[in-house]
Ligand binder design. Sequence first.
Ligand SMILES: Cc1cc2nc3c(=O)[nH]c(=O)nc-3n(C[C@H](O)[C@H](O)[C@H](O)COP(=O)(O)OP(=O)(O)OC[C@H]3O[C@@H](n4cnc5c(N)ncnc54)[C@H](O)[C@@H]3O)c2cc1C
Length: 438
Amino acid sequence: MLAPSTCPANADMVAHMMQVSATAGAAAVRPGRGAPRSPADRPSNNAATHRTLQRHQAIVVGAGSAGLAAAVALQSRGFETVVLEKGDGVGMSWRSRYAELRLNSWRPMSKLQGRGMPRSCGRYPSRDDVVAYLEWFARCHEVSVHFATQLLGVHHDGDLWRLETSTRSMLCRYLVIATGWDTVPDMPSWPGAGGYRKELMHSSQFANASAYTGRAVLVVGAGNSGFDIASHLVRAGARVTMAMRTPPNIAARDLKGIPGQPLLVYLGDRLPEKLANTIFRIAQRVTFGDLSRYGIPRAPGGVYANHRLQGRSPAVDDGFVSAIKRGEARVVGPVERFDGDGVVLADGARLHPDSVICATGYRRGLESLVGHLGVLGDDGVPIHHSGAPDHPYAARLYFCGMWAPFSGQIRLGPIHARRIARAAAIDRRMRYRVFSGV
Ligand SMILES: Cc1cc2nc3c(=O)[nH]c(=O)nc-3n(C[C@H](O)[C@H](O)[C@H](O)COP(=O)(O)OP(=O)(O)OC[C@H]3O[C@@H](n4cnc5c(N)ncnc54)[C@H](O)[C@@H]3O)c2cc1C
């Protein structure tokens, strides 16, 4: 039932995708692998109820890596589980990302339950490899997905959850929200942006670097996405300027041929934060030298402190720093406003790029779904973001993958998923005992 011996080759992957989509098109929910354990958890047999109000033991919202991991973990504990996905395929956010994107996280650290991506995908698999892997994973584990079904709101209904979706209402006892950490593009509202006459877009709309050959591009934001997009643009022959508000900590993707990410994770896990920050800072200095003369001063705060306090990861460099040093790209101060076809910086300088790409981050976008349940912090991040335990005001509601660890979000999904499935199984056992008087 689970993984075949290797990840399918490309041709097979296409076949996998078509089969999964075909299942989706039928919009029929195959029963999950587990049988309901108590009468209260059994899906209703009433045909009329089925038409209007579908009932499932567990519902997972979002068919990205975290949602698929959660569904598989629940299924393996015997929960009848369906996944709701607003798009028409699994891994929708990866499908929509730019063509040149590769994982920043090391392949062996970017796997879901069971087998990871095959070696042939390389050290940092491509966007299409990730999509094919998610397709393969969903199919191998027989995950049942309702595509084109968007969750609109969640409400209490007795001790169940009632879900209003774009297609129907649903009930479930266990609800997992896995709608993604980077769901809603965060676009600053600069004065004059509405009347800007050149191309202005969020990085989520950036499709491929090759379209920018020979053009002057201003990349706004010196985070992970900003660095990655900028390095692809430089390679494609664009004239790149990066507008930076906060200098980032910078991690090399590879350190003398060795993946930098495991080292980053190891230091953070094993050492006191202060010491880990110092070692990272020394490593950055040895790797890149003093970048202040190129407009990138030392980051305010150590890499691990920034991550703990603000959830901010270091920018991963894959050649952009070298491009700056070679004079093929430059870094300027933050954008203050737009003016006709010009961009005015905080220091008063005026730029006239052909395009502005805002790598200014994302928000979770959970407020409209679960904000009224009191489960979100001021920043819109779930208070209990690590899967389980569930929230005191919202029993059996879990969040999967809603954090950005150094080890990458793909790796985080199964960790949260296992915690969720274990918590749900404990809850079910307790209910069964009460119900049966054991
Ligand atoms: C440019 C970029 C590069 C990245 N690189 C890496 C990397 O190298 N390694 C890594 O580990 N992570 C990386 N990430 C993080 C990335 O978020 C994860 O890889 C992964 O996509 C997270 O999976 P997820 O399931 O949590 O969220 P998503 O992949 O975003 O999946 C969420 C799913 O939920 C669906 N959905 C959303 N709202 C609803 C709704 N209301 N109803 C129904 N369905 C809904 C979406 O359509 C989507 O399919 C990167 C992110 C970006 C933006």
